[in-house]
Every structure is written in structure tokens, then in C-alpha cells.
Design a protein around this ligand. Sequence first.
Ligand code: ADP
Length: 326
Amino acid sequence: MELFGNPIKKIAILCSGGDGPGMNAAIRAVARTALMSGFQVDGIMRGYAGLLNEEIIPLNHRSVSNIISRGGTILKTARCPEFATDAGKEKAYQILKKYNIDALVIIGGDGSYRGAARLLELYNFPVVGLPGTIDNDLNGTDQTIGCHTAVNTALDAIDKIRDTAHSMERIFIVEVMGNKSGYIALEVALGAGAEDVIVPERKFDYERMCREVREGHKKGKISWVIVVAEGAGKGHEIANTITTMTGFETRFVVLGHIQRGGTPTGQDRILATRLGVAAVELIKKGTFGKAVGIAQDEIFLTDLKDATRKEFKHLDEYYRLVKLLT
Ligand code: ADP
């Protein structure tokens, strides 16, 4: 959608859905680029929920000082079932008008993009999306903001688990985040040198794995780290099944929300900064309805409605390599 004679005076920014490291760097980039371009800038607290509650605050250059290195999001984030209804979106539109907000930058995942796409569709409201999710499961970008940090955080934890697994001669099942996507699990399994990986996208063969554990043990192997994506099934059951089938003590660890927090890596900060600046450049040109991503290290635009969930493109390759190197 092209808007001629760009009438945009005020841009608002919100984070929506799950938080991820690097969202602050994106907020900073959007706010500062917009301010330097002569726009007024508002921050909307708590995503679409905060929009419906009118939690809207003006941002200036200093509001985003010293946040590039901080995990989480200074604007907070939330899920908001009310916004998914037509009445919720109508209310949101009226509030955007009331606050003289002319364009909205949404930092979030697939659900947040769908909400933004509907605002555009129903009210022709100018929206631009930035991919903020640790799951790296969005079309239109090679990487989402937060996934690099989340993988590194999980690797750091698994390296520690490996030490105890090896010392105690145990099998550890380690559950990592990733919603319905096996992306984090596969990256982490490959990077940690895990013995196996269980992801929601592929059926898992317990018989085969238990046979490999027994055969490995005969050859002197004493520890196993098996990475499980949260969407792949119940880790406790998997651990019990392995104990029953192999007779080896198996422990289950959920890494959980530590993967969402922490200092964003350089890669996430730089990605968020490039995408944030690009989002404002788009608004200046009067181009809306796009998700801003990165492909082959260049800024890449996708219609928001098409920037939905995708399968990790190297899934089979990673899966194969994990097994090859055990
Ligand atoms: P993420 O953006 O990380 O995928 P969710 O799927 O929870 O997170 O979506 C975040 C929010 O986006 C939801 O709480 C809801 O307010 C809004 N949303 C999700 N799906 C839709 C939809 N189909 N239409 C409108 N809004 C939606």
C-alpha cells in the first residue's frame, strides 16, 4: 500500500506476543530514526492490550537511552484476546485516532502480524511489522529479533548440563523453547553436540534412539544430551520411556524462560537496529502493510499477511547432521 502526499505526523510503537532479546534495540532504532525524521513518537505499553487501555506515552530521544543492551522490552508486551475480535479492533482504531497516531510499528510474531494486517485491511490504517520472536518461525526474514540470543543462552545452559551428565554418566532430556517450531531445538542440538533432537515437525522413533543408547553404552559412551522442542511432546514422558526402555537413569530439564531474557547478542542488536531504521524509512516513503525482514543480509519486505509461520528451511539438514556427528 502506497500513501501519496504522506500525511504521517505521529508514529507509535508497540511490542506484542512473547518478548525476546533485541526488542529494546528495535524500539530505540524506530524511535530515534522517527524523531530525527521529524515525526512525533508514542510508545504503547503492553501491546494491543495497552492500546485498548490507552496506556500510551510520548517518547523522546532520552526515553530510549541506554536500552540497546537490555533484554526484555521497556514497553512491556502482552497477549490480548480482545484485540482479536472485531469490536476490539474497532476500539483500537478509535483510540489510535483519538491520540492522533498516524502509523503503527508492531514488533512481534505471527499473531501480532495478523492483528496488524487486520487493522490495515479493516481501516486502511498504516502499519509496519518487525519480526520480534525467539522462535525464528516467520516468513520473509532469515532471522527474527531474539532468536540468536535465545540459542546462545540455551547453548550456555546445555554446556553446563553436559558437564554433570558426563560426570554422573546420565542421559539428560533438555526441553528448549520454540512454540510449534523446532528451530531453536535444532540449532541448539547441533551447536551443543547433542546426541539426538526431538522436534514437532518430525515423528520420533523411540525404538531407534533406545537401541542407539544401548549400543553406544556398549562402546563406552557414558552421557547423552537429547534436546526436545517444547512443541514436540511431554519431556517427562520421554524421559520415563527412555529409562524403561534402556534401564539408564534419565533426567529431564526444562530451560524455560531464561531463553527469553538476558543481554541481546551483537547479532540481535544489529539486526534489530537495521530493521528498526528500515521500518521508519518505509513510513517516510509512505509504504505500509509490510513486514520488514532480512534476506541474504539485505533488507527484505513481505506483505504482512504473507509473513506468517514457516518451517525452518534447514530442518532436514540439521536433523541429519545431529545424528551424523554423535
Ligand atoms: P505472537 O505475535 O508472538 O505470535 P500471539 O500469537 O499470542 O503472539 O499474538 C499476539 C496478539 O496478537 C494476540 O494476543 C492478539 O491480540 C493479536 N492477534 C493474534 N491473532 C490475531 C488475529 N487473527 N487477528 C487479530 N489479532 C490477532
